[in-house]
Design a protein around this ligand. Structure first.
Ligand SMILES: [Zn+2]
Ligand SMILES: [Zn+2]
Length: 452
């Protein structure tokens, strides 16, 4: 039986897209499910004998869960160099540049990089693979995010959360017993991250209509086709909490498809919109001002999804003339906003300035063409997203935090997070449309009054 009806026909393929007319190359060659003890069989299929030396990257936790077993499974056939990361100045290892030097150095001796872990290890491994030009294979230990199959990797560098393009993994092998028994917070995180797609695709669609940025409908099409076929996605919260095998398996496939949709797009847009900017802002804030992150990536994204849903809801009834009126009435002190951003992240001032300048160019275009395109934007993008009530219902059932307060974000910065997240990246999202029309201010004010 095929692993996945949407993935099977495109994996490892180079094809002319019937939707956008461009060529898409899905470089990832193998995605397989199986028992960890059979991992060697998979590995041999992916790499023949000329790739002898394998750098196995894990952290202190994932080594225990699966790293050592992976090593045992392949060490008769391959020479395995384990690199096990231990937390440095934090409670858990996170994707920071500080860990890279050691991994990169060891990678010089290896032919292949095998990551055994979740987001952190996968991102560090993919970045290393990119620097050293070595193929990467991922062994996920949790269905916690879509990075196993994606062509990007995120990490903290000089206090900034960067998302960089990387070569996707060559193969992904997962064991459902391990994924099912992953920490519940990681499972919830993956589920919340997967819910971002609707908003991310809608934001991307809007940006394409306003700025002319390239857009391909295929990612959203295959994702929604796949959702329709699933029994428990996205309403099976109680099944998720019970670690139901079918539900976790569907979640993993949804995440893998999310990563592949980024390969098709050639960028993170189909999986990352305004809701991710909220999460990136929180990561950067935590890095500079706290000992640890607020919550796992997907859970932070979940709070961003709810904020995006409130913004979409607030904007959906606006008419063209209201948009025109708001654009001319609302005055924004961009310089003040930018200074506040810099005061949060002084170390990243130079790079943030570049993003800000790009954002200002996009805003100029937006102010020119939003009203003209508004009806099309409503018709084509607003129909892609869920209402705040639906999101609240789904998250409640799966016990996923809805409000920033629930992941311990200080009341004092909540307003700034909502108002300023849009300025940390150059690309256009719903947060910009809302910002320029004053709707973001309305949402930020109302948000404070919402109970958790
Ligand atoms: Zn296409
Ligand atoms: Zn994400």
């Amino acid at each position: 039986m095929g692993l996945h009806m949407e993935i099977d026909p495109i994996i490892g393929k180079d094809f002319l897209c019937a939707e956008c007319g461009q060529r898409h190359t899905v470089g990832i060659k193998y995605i397989e499910e199986g028992n960890i003890n059979k991992f060697c069989r998979f590995f041999k299929k992916v790499f023949n004998k000329d790739k002898k030396k394998v750098l196995l990257l894990a952290d202190n936790i994932t080594w225990e869960i699966a790293g050592e077993k992976c090593k045992n499974s392949i060490e008769k056939e391959y020479c395995v160099l384990p690199v096990i990361l231990f937390p440095e100045g934090e409670r858990k290892v996170t994707a920071k540049q500080e860990y890279l030097a050691k991994i990169v150095k060891e990678a010089s001796k290896a032919d292949v990089i095998l990551t055994v872990g979740a987001g952190t290890i996968t991102d560090l491994g993919k970045i290393t693979g990119n620097i050293k030009n070595k193929p990467v294979v991922c062994f996920p230990t949790a269905p916690s995010m879509n990075g196993y199959t994606s062509p990007v990797a995120a990490y903290i560098k000089d206090g900034l959360k960067l998302t960089i393009p990387v070569t996707p993994a060559y193969g992904v092998f997962f064991d459902m017993d391990i994924l099912k028994n992953a920490p519940m917070e990681l499972i919830k995180s993956g589920f919340a991250d997967s819910m971002a797609k609707a908003y991310a695709n809608a934001d991307w669609k809007i940006s394409s209509m306003i700025t002319g940025e390239s857009f391909c409908p295929l990612p959203y099409k295959i994702v929604s086709r796949s959702n329709r076929r699933r029994q428990s996605y996205p309403d099976g919260g109680e099944l998720l909490l019970k670690r139901d095998t079918q539900t976790i398996s569907e979640l993993m496939q949804t995440l893998n498809l999310g990563g592949i949709s980024m390969i098709i797009a050639g960028k993170s847009s189909p999986a990352s919109g305004g809701e991710h900017l909220i999460s990136h802002f929180l990561d950067m804030y935590a890095h500079q001002h706290r000992e640890e992150v607020f919550a796992y990536h997907g859970l932070q994204v979940g709070t961003g999804i709810f904020i995006s849903s409130l913004v979409y809801e607030e904007m959906k009834r606006l008419t063209v003339s209201e948009i025109e009126r708001l654009l001319s009435e609302v005055k924004i002190d961009y310089d003040k906003h930018f200074q506040t951003v810099i005061s949060f992240f002084p170390a990243g001032a130079d790079m943030l300035k570049k993003e800000f300048d790009e954002k200002m160019r996009q805003i100029a275009v937006l102010r020119e063409s939003l009203a003209t395109n508004w009806e099309d934007v409503q018709k084509n993008a607003f129909t892609m997203v869920y209402t705040p009530e639906r999101i609240a219902g789904i998250f409640k059932k799966s016990e996923i935090p809805l409000h920033l307060r629930e992941i311990a974000v200080d009341e004092k910065i909540i307003y700034d997070v909502i108002m300023l997240a849009r300025f940390i990246r150059g690309r256009l999202t719903i947060l910009d449309i809302a910002g320029e029309t004053g709707i973001l201010e309305t949402v930020a004010q109302k948000y404070k009054e919402l109970s958790s």
